[in-house]
Design a protein around this ligand. Structure first.
Ligand code: 3H9
Length: 710
């Protein structure tokens, strides 16, 4: 028997199944793919509970899932739709108030509203290794269907706070008090629930709300200490502190009062731009792996062995990603000493992880055993994928690819880790450009999660699909981009770095610029970042792009002088900032401002006091404008892909959703107006660098935003 729909949804197939069996009602959620608790699910669930309650032959109710997971919680896509009755709290209150015992058979992961559903049942059965959690905080909100009130009634305060504030998935075995029975496997859960019926019927309904909580001095101290810690750790985020407040309300009110407070705090979070941004980002991350124009049925290529050309910092870091997931890697260097050095650094990295307790000694050896070295291209004849990570020079890259073309087996994927060079030209060095792709790892490659997958003109679709799948295998976030200088991430960051440097010439200190950017939410400002990456890298790139920068002599002139004086950044102990005794703490150097002053005079640039607002707008808006150009040229598949690149690759604050989402929130009309303002205010410099993208203008004229391009 199937539950009737609450509203008229006769054209939709049912997503909740109701069956009566052994004096019991079995309610199974079957809303593919993740049992999101959509309006249809809520309505059918409510209906099923009502029918089970009314059926005189039914003495207990089991709620479970027909899919591999129990439920991923509320349907996030409905959040922008407003009130869609029945709301989840109403459904869960009905379940908790049911006069017949309700057992949650949690036979797969339960997140957010999914776990809240289980908490509202009278009994809970699961398996020890199952993962459950309340990840709402990552969506800029808090559990809003009683989770902040019911969890502390079943778990100690500290653990409840940890789960709600971190949003982290937790194994059922770590929160035993929440469950009445834990089994060894998911398959045993529903049967165990049926075996539990007699006990449940004899004990009767056991509403979680009946557990009473109260505040005392010790608890009050715990909450204030906890809140202080959260304030430090989650700087800039709105929801984490509200989560603490909501849990605290469970101790300060009766259950109804606590629920009311939770609802108020939930709404306060939901109405923030942060919640919109983080929810946008949830879908952006998932959309990034969708390849718009590639056949879903297309088969991928096997990647069971990998070779890396170049065992330097980048090559070594890339190699570690594969060894970490059990894929054997051959590292190629032409000189044995370089090979030994590279393998030695990898071992050291693993041993450092072991010292921190992240790996066992056995795991270190197991990973190292997957890495081997060679000095001969002939040894690469059998590998499925080669990633080139050699010196960033076209002639060198071409030599490598022509050598690979001669030895690699047909169908092997030939990838370049170039961050700036034209992959179409690299592909021409082979007789098989369809097998050539860009895999742009970010440094440090074993740590950074972003992978730009660069589609060249002739790259075959199955190569792209394989690369996207591979990104998941090595636990990276893959984003498809097209060929242009710097691809998406570095092309946009160049604009931002240029503006930071220009602001210094105009009188802003590096520490002012860095402060404005960190206050905005990035982990470090452009000057600290430049020093960390090494100013020589940007210098080298600028030298190779004279044609691009020639018409503007103000372009990074201070940085050029610093590099020429050996001040290449953190690694030299001095760059834009000074670093004392190997410390990473940047110390402002008045000498740099002197250089800026002198250079400004030479170039006829008048120095002045610059407001924080101008700094923020001039660093971020041109970056967004470049993003618009990238979209116009089809270099990125969608605006939200740029957001994913910026959050994962550059630490753009997720609570702003990424640069393109931030632009939509600020309003494109405003961005265009400010671009025009600086274009007129900054003379020739402004005329050239603040020209608004035609796409930005078009979107403003048609009253659209970047999200319309997703
Ligand atoms: C909440 O519960 C609020 C309540 O407290 C209060 C309410 C009043 N909704 O991730 P995947 C889609 S807030 C809508 O690739 P996996 C996803 O977009 C919720 N859609 O699978 C994707 O679509 P597509 C709190 C959702 O196996 C597809 O399902 N819960 C939802 O790698 C597959 O997803 C969470 O934050 C959703 N809730 O991972 C949990 N979840 O194929 C969010 C997924 O078109 N979900 N989709 O790209 C997850 O963390 C993961 O999806 C999960 C499965 C771990 C469950």
């Amino acid at each position: 028997m199937q539950a009737n729909n609450h509203n008229d949804q006769s054209d939709k197939s049912p997503v909740v199944q109701l069956t009566f069996k052994d004096r019991c009602a079995l309610i199974q959620l079957c809303n593919k793919p993740v049992n999101a608790l959509s309006q249809q699910v809520r309505s059918e669930l409510l209906d099923a509970i009502k029918r089970a309650t009314e059926n005189a032959d039914c003495h207990a109710i089991i709620i479970t899932s027909d899919l591999a997971l129990f439920s991923a919680g509320a349907d996030i896509s409905e959040f922008s739709t407003g009130n869609l009755s029945p709301m989840l709290p109403e459904v869960l209150n009905t379940i908790e108030n049911c006069p017949k015992p309700v057992i949650a058979a949690v036979n797969g992961s339960a997140f957010g509203g999914g776990l809240e559903l289980a908490l509202a049942c009278h009994y809970r059965i699961s398996f020890a290794k199952n993962k459950v959690g309340l990840p709402e905080v990552h969506l800029g909100i808090l559990p809003g269907a009683g989770g902040t009130q019911r969890l502390p009634r079943l778990l100690d305060t500290q653990s409840a706070l940890d789960m709600i504030v971190s949003g982290a998935p937790t194994p059922v075995s770590a929160i035993n008090s929440v469950f009445d029975k834990t089994l060894d496997s998911a398959q045993e859960v529903v049967k165990a629930a049926f075996d539990f019926i007699d006990e449940a019927i004899s004990k009767g309904p056991r509403p979680t709300r009946a557990v009473s909580l109260s505040m005392n001095e010790e608890k009050a101290a715990l909450f204030s200490q906890y809140a202080e810690g959260v304030e430090q750790k989650a700087k800039g985020f709105f929801a984490p502190l509200k989560c603490v407040e909501a849990v605290k309300a469970a101790y300060e009110n009766n259950f109804e009062g606590g629920l009311k407070r939770e609802a108020e705090l939930f709404m306060a979070c939901m109405e923030t731009p942060q919640a919109r941004a983080q929810q946008h980002f949830f879908f952006a991350e998932r959309a990034a792996s969708h390849l718009a124009d590639i056949d879903k049925a297309l088969e991928t290529r096997d990647v069971k062995s990998v070779a890396i050309i170049g065992a330097g910092t980048m090559g070594g870091g890339i190699a570690m990603n594969f060894a970490n997931v059990g894929i054997p890697v051959k590292l190629l260097e032409l000189k044995p000493e370089a090979l030994d050095k590279g393998l030695g650094i990898i071992r050291k990295n693993y041993e450092n992880s072991a010292k921190k307790g992240k790996l066992t000694a056995e795991q270190v050896e197991q990973r190292m055993s997957l890495l081997s070295g060679t000095t001969s291209y002939d040894d690469l004849a059998d590998v499925d994928l080669v990633i080139e990570a050699v010196f960033e020079k076209m002639s060198v890259k071409k030599e490598v690819f022509s050598a690979l073309d001669k030895v690699c087996k047909p169908g092997a994927i030939l990838a370049s880790n170039t961050s700036t060079l034209d992959i179409n030209e690299i592909a021409q060095a082979t007789s098989r450009p369809e097998d050539v792709i860009g895999l742009h790892f970010f440094s440090p490659a074993n740590v950074m999660e972003l992978l730009e997958i660069v589609r060249a003109e002739k790259t075959a679709d199955d190569v792209i699909k394989t690369a996207m799948q591979l990104a998941k295998t090595i636990r990276k976030v893959g984003v498809l981009v097209g060929v242009c200088f710097g691809f998406v991430g570095n092309r946009m960051i160049e604009v931002y770095g240029r503006e930071a440097n220009r602001l210094m010439l105009e009188g802003a200190s590096p520490e002012q610029v860095d402060r404005v950017i960190t206050e905005f939410g990035l982990p470090m400002g452009p000057f600290t970042m430049g020093d960390m990456a090494g100013l020589d890298i940007g210098y080298f790139v600028r030298q190779s792009r004279q044609s691009f920068i020639q018409h503007d002599p103000s372009y990074c002139v201070v940085a050029d002088e610093l590099v020429e004086a050996g001040r290449v950044g953190l690694k030299a102990g001095k760059g834009v900032y000074l670093y004392e005794n190997g410390s990473r703490k940047p110390i402002p150097d008045p000498q740099v401002m002197e250089i800026a002053k002198r250079k400004a005079q030479e170039l006829g640039i008048e120095q002045r006091e610059i407001s924080d607002q101008e700094i923020l707008e001039r660093c971020i808006y041109p970056l967004i404008n470049e993003g618009a150009e990238i979209l116009k040229e089809g270099i990125a598949q969608r605006a939200s892909d740029i957001d994913v690149i910026y959050v994962y690759g550059y630490g753009f604050p997720v609570f702003r959703g990424g640069p393109m989402k931030y632009a939509d929130e600020v309003g494109l009309e405003h961005i265009l107006a400010r671009m025009t303002h600086y274009q007129n205010k900054l003379g020739d410099y402004g005329q050239h660098w603040f020209e608004a993208s035609s796409l930005l203008r078009e979107l403003v004229e048609t009253n659209k935003d970047f999200s319309s391009l997703n």
